[in-house]
Design a protein around this ligand. Sequence first.
Ligand code: NAD
Length: 450
Amino acid sequence: MKIAMIGTGYVGLTTATCLAMLGHTVSCHDRDPRRLAAIAAGDLPIYEPGLAERFAAVRAEGRLKTVTSTKACVADADMVFLAVGTPPQPDGAIDLSQVETAAQDVARHMPSGSILVVKSTVAVGTCRRLRQIVARQRGRLDISVASNPEFLREGSAIADFLKPDRIVLGADDDATLSRLRELYVDLEKRGAPVILTSTENAELVKHAANSFLALKIGFINDVADLCEQSGADVGVVAQGIGLDRRIGPAFLAAGPGFGGSCFPKDTRAFAAAARRAGTPQPLVELLIERNDQRQARLAQRIAEVTRRAGGRVVAAMGLAFKAGTDDTRESPAVTVISALRARGLEVRCHDPRAQLPTDEGMRGVTMFSCPYEAAKGADTVTLLTEWDDYRALDLVRLRAAMRGNALFDLRNLLEPRDATRAGFNYRGIGRASLGMASRHEAGERLTAAE
Ligand code: NAD
């Protein structure tokens, strides 16, 4: 099939490459000419493991190209995918302006009988709204508007696309659903379950799925706090509950809270849409609040320990919101570092992939290409992203580079015993006496509560 991809970010570029790998012909367009020029030159603006090689291969085979005009991109397409951004508004609701503008742009030029497919994560009811926009633009509704939410995870995006847990396709009529299903026939043959449904159901599956996954993270983080106060270890507790097949082990790693370009925005959008519909989702509302508080609380604790030891320099290991990506959007690492800066601490930073974001809060943070350089003269080191590089750190060398010996392992990457042996005062997450609160403090609190 001939596919047009509007938007060449993480989702657009990965989806375009993978659809070309499935044998389709894909034209990509982005409103950002510099991004498009870089892609055309083979210099991908994002890092995703394995993407650059596969992108080069499908391009060499003539199945993927970049196109500078919307019209040329969509004029002979069977399907036009929208993979543009859906950022949050101040109240948390989705800002659909990129989706609506892109829909207006392409609607003028799409062939009659083609399908406009919304890949971006949108609020329930968006496809219905887009049908009105398209009809207004064309004077009639002679193209279909469908929903095909994306579930890929940055860092494993290609594998997620090619071996999905499910493919969700939403449309108003059976003919559109059949054509969409055809697009993914190879994946279905390889065992991917396909859900054919309404656009409203498809839209809601995505927001509800992300909210549920974020709830798992929020839950285990609250359990981690209890572990620190009660002498338990959240790693073992998570393993014990995760082996229950009804629960499953995924998203049960305690840490600094969820972040990234999806969970914070999607939970807020889900909660805002539910509020507007008069059916608030109190669990998700509370989750969002607790997640924000968690990152602030961790930064406060790091600052207190650093200051109490007479120090003011923190070495921060990690910027990306998770390992395997260079994406720092809504990264817990960036939130914690900004909060440390706001408390007047000096921050020296390292990340194997991510660049220093230009956020106001990151002003004055210095970036180093070597973690041991970043640790030079630091009073405290904090591990913020779960890169394997940090699991493999030479702890003796790290400690020797520093002035102080405080180590906050917000991802539980290290064996506490190894860190202690290297001379660190180790604090992990939900790891009993080695947790964020010392046993002494925990004892005091328990006594006060009794
Ligand atoms: P992104 O910001 O990386 O990319 C969006 C791209 O769209 C940008 O390059 C932008 O220039 C382009 N764009 C915006 N308006 C345009 C227009 N009118 N015409 C042409 N190009 C336009 O975003 P992303 O991370 O790829 O996410 C895209 C969507 O997919 C979002 O709704 C997101 O929530 C959803 N999603 C993201 C992920 C993820 O892991 N990143 C996973 C699943 C779903």
